[in-house]
Design a protein around this ligand. Structure first.
Ligand SMILES: Nc1ncnc2c1ncn2[C@@H]1O[C@H](COP(=O)(O)OP(=O)(O)OP(=O)(O)O)[C@@H](O)[C@H]1O
Length: 737
């Protein structure tokens, strides 16, 4: 590693979420580009940087910073630059020069030990002097703490975060319980805290470490979609992660339970442990479900059959018995579930319910777990649907993982009915929040396809509620979207029932047998960028969506995005581009928003209407990139134009290809999906079924038929550990518990 010292001249790019920064430094009069993760970086700061030199293919020589420390320069020139950077209040370039002219190399000594002598300089009055003394004193303390923290092997980044959180208690927190940082500092998880503790000499079996390690191990519930872990699992995992004996874990488990950080329960005669919030969410959901399942409604003088007939007449449609029953049940029950595969009439039923409820003067709202789904329902029903987050009036918080809502048990939604589509995507935390805001007397109608992949977050909510048998479920079986040439819905039904569909017919459901892994990628590229557009007139960007079961690998999402971009949108003189992490974004790219941003402003390019909010899953085209304004513009498919700052680049990703999970709740004219061998997690029926049902006009599966068969056969690979079903039954049987 090499070390250089210099002053921050100009910050070129900064990603605020991870601190990744590109900056120009003045190193002895030369302008040098430095890249690396800085917690905070201000113009004029003088830093010692350790790292190495690299050559970037577009930008030339760069210094990659690995560690850094704030320093005070020693040369008179450096001191002048440091003082004139605005780092001390009231001192500009002129005064800085005057100070250094007077005190020369002793300037820092004066600042340290005799700051009052600054008043000898013209322009430094009493007030400025007091301000300088305070800031300089604090900076000196910070520097000392920072140096000490970094001596413990903590990077400058974390050191700064630590200091900001604990101020002058930093050292004492570190020496007493560094694992405390996990709770207090966003971004510090068990692994980082453990490294620090290790540096500080904490024993592997110190109680603080074991407690933190158990908590960390239990956090695996979130990754696996479970709400709890069995005792055996938790002890084995913790013991492995911590490298300590199982007995020692056992001894500390009780402590965590006593402190209320984790919850111990009996589930199916096994002792299990929940992270506290998952336990509360599951238990509250069960209690609320049990309660509202007992509610029934009758509206006097309304003949619901007549109303349904009116709807059929207007729509020129004859509903089947299940469909009719669904509308009537929505009217009469506190909560119902309407489930069915594609084309079974879910949207038709939602429409009917909305119409009839409106007719009866019942205030009805429509919602969905994702922005994409909400938009689709708005389009297909002609009634505005909101995301559940928006319905519950999401409140902006630092911590996106655990949002808070202003609609809750003390401020419930004042409506007669809430219809939620795509409810299979609701995880246990969101369901809990939703139910909290449902007031007695409001009907809850959950619509969805229970056979889709479960939510990304923990829980198997829709399935568990259905399995409890406590809630009225209307299962729509008959497929209506079916014609001679349309096999997508029919084959989706077959797949969902574990049957191998007929793939030999020329239809809108094609299976292209390709067993040569190397050629597969080329074949996909050829299909998407040439064959489908030429032969069928589909637009590569707007009509065709490539969906892949996995992120990594040749035909994983990351590589597919890179390869498709290279063909559809290669580098061009007249197309600005910008590097972010490992990805190059270029004007013309197909991109997708990957988190809900409720505050970002948009303008509709056609109607000139303005508004706020772009949601996870929204797709558009990167229209422009401006280095001067440090911003880029995306034109979303629905006409909304949005300007982003460079530091919001982490909110988007390429969308030439996306994972099946990301595609949930969306539909596309054409879907192309590779079918290749891989871990069982990626090869199961639900995943296949979810992907297949995204396609509206044409579905092309391409790859190995054996793997395809395996996917259809493997029904149960996604079993999640949850106890919502048992809890609902329990609350129904013992309402006073
Ligand atoms: N009883 C019926 N008789 C005739 N056509 C029907 C009937 N029910 C639904 N349809 C038609 O079948 C098609 C699919 O229905 P709908 O869009 O409501 O299904 P869906 O379950 O919402 O499908 P998806 O989940 O794929 O959007 C529509 O064209 C609809 O008009």
């Amino acid at each position: 590693m090499e070390s250089i010292k210099g002053t921050v001249e100009h910050i070129v790019f900064r990603n605020t979420s991870n601190g990744y920064t590109v900056a120009h430094f003045d190193i002895d009069g030369d302008l040098v580009t430095v890249v690396g993760n800085f917690d905070e970086l201000n113009h004029g700061e003088y830093l010692k940087l350790s790292g190495y030199w690299t050559e970037h293919k577009n930008y030339g020589d760069q210094f990659c910073m690995e560690t850094y420390a704030m320093e005070i320069p020693t040369s008179t020139e450096g001191i002048t630059r440091y003082l004139s950077s605005g780092i001390l209040p009231g001192i500009g370039e002129k005064t800085a020069k005057a100070i250094v002219a007077r005190f020369g190399e002793e300037t820092l000594d004066i600042l340290d030990n005799h700051p009052e002598r600054l008043s000898e300089i013209k322009g430094v009055g009493k007030k400025t002097l007091a301000a300088i003394k305070e800031v300089y004193h604090e900076q000196r303390e910070v520097r000392q703490i920072m140096i000490q923290i970094q001596d413990y092997g903590i990077s400058a980044n974390w050191a700064m975060k630590l200091y900001k959180t604990y101020k002058f208690d930093t050292i004492s927190v570190l020496l007493n319980n560094p694992y405390q940082m996990i709770e207090d500092i966003r971004g510090i998880g068990f692994k980082i805290a453990d490294q620090i503790a290790n540096h500080l000499g904490f024993e592997a079996n110190s109680p603080g470490r074991i407690l933190a390690g158990i908590n960390y191990s239990l956090g695996e519930c979130y990754n696996r979609g479970n709400t709890f872990m069995t005792e055996e699992e938790l002890i084995t995992t913790s013991s492995k992660i911590l490298g300590v004996e199982q007995d020692e874990i056992n001894a500390q488990l009780g402590e965590l339970v006593l402190m209320g950080q984790i919850i111990q329960e009996e589930v199916a005669n096994q002792r299990v442990y929940y992270p506290r919030n998952l336990y509360e969410a599951e238990d509250n959901t069960a209690l609320s479900m049990a309660r509202i399942s007992q509610m029934t409604y009758k509206i006097a003088n309304v003949n619901i059959d007549e109303k349904i007939k009116d709807y059929e007449r207007d729509m020129v449609i004859t509903l089947d018995n299940k469909q009719r029953e669904a509308i009537a049940a929505a009217m009469e029950n506190g909560v119902i579930i309407i489930t069915g595969g594609p084309g079974t009439g879910k949207t038709t039923i939602i429409n009917g319910i909305v119409r009839i409820f409106k007719d009866l003067g019942l205030k009805t709202v429509l919602a969905a777990p994702t922005g994409r789904a909400a938009k689709r329902i708005t389009e297909t029903t002609g009634n505005e649907a909101k995301t559940i987050h928006r319905l519950l009036e999401y409140e902006y918080s630092q911590d996106d993982d655990f949002p808070s809502f202003s609609r809750d048990e003390t401020n419930q939604l004042d409506v007669d009915a809430i219809i939620v589509d795509e409810s299979s995507m609701i995880d246990i935390l969101l369901m809990d929040s939703l139910l909290m805001a449902v007031q007695p007397g409001t009907r809850l109608i959950l619509v969805g396809d229970a056979d889709q992949l479960p939510s990304v977050g923990p829980g198997n909510v829709l399935k568990d509620i259905i399995e409890s048998g406590a809630i009225k479920v209307l299962s729509l079986e008959r497929i209506y979207r079916q014609s001679e040439e349309s096999m997508i819905s029919v084959n989706a039904y077959e797949i969902n029932h574990g049957q191998m569909p007929d793939i030999n017919n020329e239809s809108d459901f094609l299976f292209l047998n390709k067993n040569d892994g190397d050629k597969l990628l080329r074949d996909i590229l050829e299909l998407v960028t040439n064959r489908l557009p030429t032969a069928k007139g589909f637009d590569s960007i707007h009509d065709i969506q490539v969906i892949s079961p996995m992120k990594n690998g040749k035909v994983g999402v990351i590589n597919l995005n890179r390869e498709i971009q290279a063909v559809l949108n290669p580098p061009r003189e007249d197309r600005a581009q910008r590097e972010f992490g490992m990805v190059i974004y270029r004007v013309g790219d197909k991109v997708m928003q990957i988190k809900n941003n409720y505050r970002i402003k948009w303008e509709d390019t056609l109607t000139m209407e303005q508004g706020e909010g772009i949601y996870n899953g929204d797709i558009g085209i990167l229209e422009s990139i401006s280095s001067r304004d440090k911003s880029f513009v995306i034109l979303f498919n629905d006409g909304k134009q949005v300007t982003y700052d460079f530091d919001q680049m982490d909110e988007i990703t390429h969308a030439y290809a996306m994972t099946v999970h990301k595609s949930q709740g969306s539909e596309f004219p054409v879907v192309v999906m590779p079918i290749v061998g891989g871990p069982p997690l990626f090869l199961n029926r639900k995943l296949l079924y979810t992907a297949v049902t995204r396609a509206k006009k044409l579905l092309i599966l391409i790859g190995n038929q054996y793997v395809f068969r395996q996917m259809i056969k493997s029904a149960e690979s996604q079993n999640r550990q949850t106890a919502l079903c048992d809890r609902i039954i329990n609350y129904i049987n013992h309402p006073m518990r």
